[in-house]
Design a binder for this molecule. Structure first.
Ligand SMILES: Nc1ncnc2c1ncn2[C@@H]1O[C@H](COP(=O)(O)OP(=O)(O)O)[C@@H](O)[C@H]1O
Ligand SMILES: [Mg+2]
Length: 322
């Protein structure tokens, strides 16, 4: 399970970013390691986010990387897709309030009648020099976060359950986290179960803010991920998304809406709109039918009605895709 030999990748070619051609970064030879994240065909690497991740991978190994941003904006995939292209084996864990230190480091279990210690994802990542991605870091019990300080900073962990074994990180170990908030608690009310984190723990991270992709980037994402959607529908959907985000933040005039239209939701809306074209025969608007399922069925009834109105104004009532 140890890492394959390192190889240099051309950043421009690997991530499809012309300006970065000629710049290099180390990754790993293809050794069929099952811990390497699966690369998504046509994933759109965002230049700004990519350059932060690349810089950190190169020089930040004694610190963690924390990507902070709203739900579904591309934090987790942004980093795991970079790791995928660099063939960087990766362990993942999603935090929640009841996650304990031993969920990171491992526990005893019975194998063939014997008690054996089984590594947790963090211990594995350290032993074998893999990346460790902790999603939803801000849901973690802050005490557990604080106990990870030496892991992030020094690449060392002591496992009391295993007779105090001290595990040192092999080269290739990296600690990455994602979160909706920067660890100071949720001031929006959108992200329930988020906890205020220990300041000393957060002090050990580079923090990068990730927003929703710009219009051009979202256009490319939709074109790559849902290529069969007609271009004009794509344009209109992006227009609707922009308007909904304006209403959500409160800087567009109109009704207040309580849910953010994420990139995840936008791509889901696009995909569902294609599959629900058949409902047009029953006199229904496939775009609204899809949007209900992708987004609005978890919104307030008045939001749903307001958003239907926006879609009908922007895209029209009579939608056929050909
Ligand atoms: N740059 C991108 N290229 C392609 N798809 C993207 C991109 N950013 C976001 N997406 C889409 O949005 C979904 C949510 O992204 P994800 O990284 O899980 O968001 P987050 O971790 O911020 O909640 C992905 O599964 C993908 O469909
Ligand atoms: Mg995520």
């Amino acid at each position: 399970m140890s890492n394959a030999k390192t190889v240099e990748f051309d950043i421009g070619e690997t991530f499809g970013v012309a300006e970065a051609r000629g710049m290099k970064i180390e990754g790993f030879e293809d050794a069929g390691n099952r811990f390497v994240p699966k690369a998504i065909e046509g994933y759109v690497h965002r230049r700004e986010l990519l350059s932060d991740i690349v810089a950190w991978l190169k020089i930040g190994k004694d610190e963690g990387l924390l990507l902070v941003g709203p739900t579904g904006c591309g934090k987790t995939s942004g980093v795991t897709q970079v790791l995928a292209r660099l063939r960087w084996p990766t362990q993942r864990l999603a935090a929640h309030r009841r996650l304990e230190f031993s969920d990171f480091t491992g526990h005893y279990t019975v194998v063939d009648g014997d008690m054996v210690f089984v590594d947790g994802p963090l211990t594995s990542a350290m032993r074998y020099g893999q990346a460790f991605v902790l999603d939803e870091l801000d849901m973690l019990d802050p005490g557990v976060g604080a106990s990870l300080n030496t892991v992030v900073e020094e690449g060392v962990v002591a496992i009391a359950e295993n007779g105090g074994e001290v595990v040192e990180a092999a080269p290739g170990f990296r600690f990455i986290a994602t979160a909706n908030t920067a660890g100071n608690g949720d001031r929006t009310g959108l992200y329930q179960a988020v906890l205020r984190q220990n300041a000393a723990f957060l002090d050990r991270f580079w923090v990068v803010e990730v927003g929703y992709p710009g219009e051009d980037q979202e256009r490319s994402i939709l074109a790559e991920r849902v290529p069969d959607l007609p271009g004009w529908v794509r344009e209109k959907m992006i227009e609707v998304a922009r308007e909904l985000r304006g209403l959500f933040i409160g800087d567009t005039e109109g009704p207040q809406i309580e849910l953010p239209m994420s990139t995840r939701t936008l791509t889901r809306w696009a995909r569902l709109s294609l599959s629900f074209q058949g409902v047009a025969k029953a006199g229904k608007n496939p775009l609204l039918h899809a949007l209900d399922r992708a987004f609005l069925n978890r919104a307030l009834p008045e939001t749903r009605e307001a958003v239907h109105g926006i879609v009908e104004r922007v895209i029209g009532q009579d939608v056929s895709f050909d």
